[in-house]
Structure formats: C-alpha cells, structure tokens
Design a binder for this molecule. Structure first.
Ligand SMILES: Nc1ncnc2c1ncn2[C@@H]1O[C@H](COP(=O)(O)OP(=O)(O)OP(=O)(O)O)[C@@H](O)[C@H]1O
Length: 191
C-alpha cells in the first residue's frame, strides 16, 4: 500500500445526524468485498421512546453498556457526561478489546466513536494514539464529535493521512457511495 495515501476516513457531524448508521452500512459493504474488519459501534439504547443510554457493540457481535442514565445505575457514579454515567470497564471489555484484536495489514478498523465518554478510558486513548500514529497499516473508519476540541481529536482531524467528511441530513444518503469508492480503491476491491 502507498503509505502516504489517505487511509483514515473520519466522519463528523452533529449528534444523531447518522454517523453510526453510515458507518454500519460502509462496514457491511466493505466486509462483503472480503475485507477483514474489527472494531466497535456505539448505539443508542431507548425504552418506550426514552433514551436510557448507549451500548458498545463489537463487530464480532459482543455488546456491553457504554453509558446509562444515572438514575438506572445503583450507587455513586465515577464518570459522567450530562445525565449519563459512563461504564468505563464495560467499554474497555468490548470496545477497547475489539481494537486490540485488530487484524493484519489492509484490514479495516472501525471506531465509532472517539468522544468524551470513550476518553474516560486511558488505555483507549493510548490505543487511539497508537493506531493514528501512522505506523500501522490499517484503514480506519472512525467518527469524531463535531464540536469537541481535544488535542488528540484535533490531531486526528488534521492528520496528513485523514480525510474528514461532515455528515448532514442532506448528504448522509449520498456519502456511502463516495466514501466506499475511496476505501475500495485503497483496498483494491471493487466499489
Ligand atoms: N440515512 C438515514 N435515513 C433515515 N434515518 C436515518 C439515517 N441515518 C440515521 N438515521 C436515523 O437517525 C437516528 C440517529 O442515527 P445515528 O445513531 O446513526 O446517528 P449518530 O450521528 O451516530 O448519533 P450519535 O451522535 O448519537 O452517535 C437513528 O434513529 C437512525 O435510524
């Protein structure tokens, strides 16, 4: 693989705009081409229309709790984002572990998302620094929040190997084909 070609595909956009949905569609399309993929998604958890929190789901199908409304967690909560308590241990067991299993060269690493909740995990931050150091040969599909200016996230956004797409309600249905073309060309599979 050409080592200077952009291979960090980054989605950003407002909360709820469709980054996870797009990431899932792209990942399925890429796996269908026979490319190996690992990593995780974060998914909203709703009950009777009310958001209770978020789950972390690895590409190999394991699911854990990333965060829950604090009222649902008995006892004191160490890590909080708004009304949610973040379950760092559960995130590490599923999300971080899925990045550590990352397969060989030319495989896809899915990281949805790199945000405030996930950053309560120091080992996750360390792993993120490693995978974006440019020394591994993974193709990365990741999402980052649009409004957060953390040094590590800014470093990813401005990385010479990164290409960033702003996902909006207007473009979210077109982006799949555009991004798929780039990833397919990089991995030498048909789009
Ligand atoms: N292309 C689409 N067409 C119709 N509905 C969509 C589309 N993409 C996402 N949605 C809906 O919008 C909601 C939020 O989508 P999604 O979870 O993918 O957003 P997100 O940007 O990942 O959110 P978050 O910032 O919370 O991670 C979901 O209910 C999903 O079904």
């Amino acid at each position: 693989m050409n080592t200077t070609r952009k291979r960090f595909f980054i989605l950003t956009g407002d909360p709820g705009v469709g980054k996870t949905t797009l990431t899932k569609k792209l990942t399925s399309s890429i796996i269908e081409k026979g490319v190996k993929a690992s990593g995780f998604y974060t998914e909203e958890v709703r009950r009777n229309g009310v958001r209770e929190g978020f789950d972390v789901v690895s590409l190999d199908g394991q699911r854990g709790r990333l965060a829950r409304d604090q009222s649902l967690l008995g006892g004191p909560v160490k890590f909080k984002v708004g009304k949610y308590g973040v379950l760092v241990d559960e995130f590490e067991k599923i999300g971080l572990a899925s990045l550590n299993q990352a397969a060989d060269q030319n495989s896809l690493l899915v990281i949805d998302e790199i945000g405030k909740m996930e950053f309560f995990s120091e080992p996750f931050k360390k792993r993120i620094r490693e995978v974006f150091s440019g020394t591994s040969s993974h193709v990365i599909l990741a999402s980052i929040p649009v409004r957060r200016s953390d040094n590590l996230i800014e470093g990813i956004r401005n990385h010479s190997l990164a290409k960033v797409w702003l996902v909006t309600r207007e473009n979210r249905n077109q982006l799949h084909d555009e991004i798929m073309k780039e990833i397919a060309s990089l991995l030498a599979v048909s789009s």
